[in-house]
Design a protein around this ligand. Structure first.
Ligand code: SAM
Length: 177
C-alpha cells in the first residue's frame, strides 16, 4: 500500500534468490509506479502495479485477497485514526488466513521533528506502539489473529504486525489489477 518506488525489492531475500514471488504495488502517483516497474523489470521480478488511491481499497473497488503479506511502510503517518483503522481492516481482509499485515508509523518526539516541520513543512500523524495497536479496536475481531508491536533500532518508527484471523475474506480473487 503506497509502495512508492518499491525500493525494498532490492533487499528482498526471495527476489535475490529468484523465487517466483508475485508482488502487487499500489500508489496514487503514476511516476512512482513507473519507477517501481522499471526496478521490477531490472530485477526480473513479477510486479503488478496499480495507480490508485487507498480510497479505492477502502471502498473495496479493487479486488485483493489471499496475500501472504500486506504492508504499508510510509502511509499511516498521513491518515487519521478513522481512515487508518478502515485501511487496516481492508489490509487484513486482503491477507490469507494466517498471512500477515504490517504497518509502520513515525513515533512522537523524534529528534528530527523540528526540522521536518519547520524546514520541510512536513507534518505527520505520529503514533506510539500503543496507539498503533489501539487501531485494532476498530477492526472486526474475526479478522485478527496474533498482534505485536516493535520498533526500529533508532526508535524512530513503530511497527504493528498482525496475523490474519480465520474470518471470511471479502474478495475471492486478487485479479483485476
Ligand atoms: C513516504 S512515501 C513511502 C513510499 C515507500 N513505501 C517507501 O518506503 O519508500 C509515501 C507514498 O505514499 C503515497 N501516497 C500518499 N497518499 C496516498 C493515498 N491516499 N493513496 C495511495 N498512495 C498514497 C505517495 O504517492 C508516496 O509514494
Amino acid at each position: 500500500m503506497a509502495c512508492g518506488h518499491l525500493r525494498e525489492l532490492e533487499l528482498s531475500a526471495a527476489v535475490r534468490r529468484g523465487d517466483a514471488v508475485e508482488i502487487v504495488g499500489l500508489d496514487q502517483d503514476p511516476d512512482s509506479i513507473e519507477v517501481a516497474m522499471e526496478l521490477a523489470r531490472r530485477l526480473n521480478c513479477r510486479v503488478l502495479a496499480h495507480t490508485a488511491s487507498i480510497k479505492a481499497v477502502i471502498k473495496r473497488s479493487i479486488p485483493l485477497a489471499e496475500f501472504d503479506l500486506v504492508y504499508a511502510a510510509g502511509l499511516f503517518d498521513y491518515l487519521d485514526d478513522k481512515v487508518a483503522a478502515l485501511l487496516l481492516a481492508r489490509m487484513l481482509e486482503a491477507a490469507r488466513p494466517g498471512g500477515r499485515v504490517l504497518i509502520a508509523n513515525f513515533v512522537p518526539d523524534i529528534p528530527d521533528v523540528g526540522y521536518m516541520e519547520a524546514c520541510m513543512d512536513w507534518y505527520l500523524r505520529y503514533r506510539t506502539e500503543r496507539q498503533l495497536r489501539d487501531l485494532l479496536e476498530q477492526v472486526p475481531t474475526e479478522l485478527q489473529g496474533e498482534a505485536r508491536t516493535l520498533h526500529d533500532p533508532d526508535q524512530n518508527i513503530a511497527f504493528l504486525v498482525v496475523t490474519r484471523g480465520q474470518g471470511p475474506s471479502t474478495h475471492r480473487s486478487r485479479r483485476g489489477l
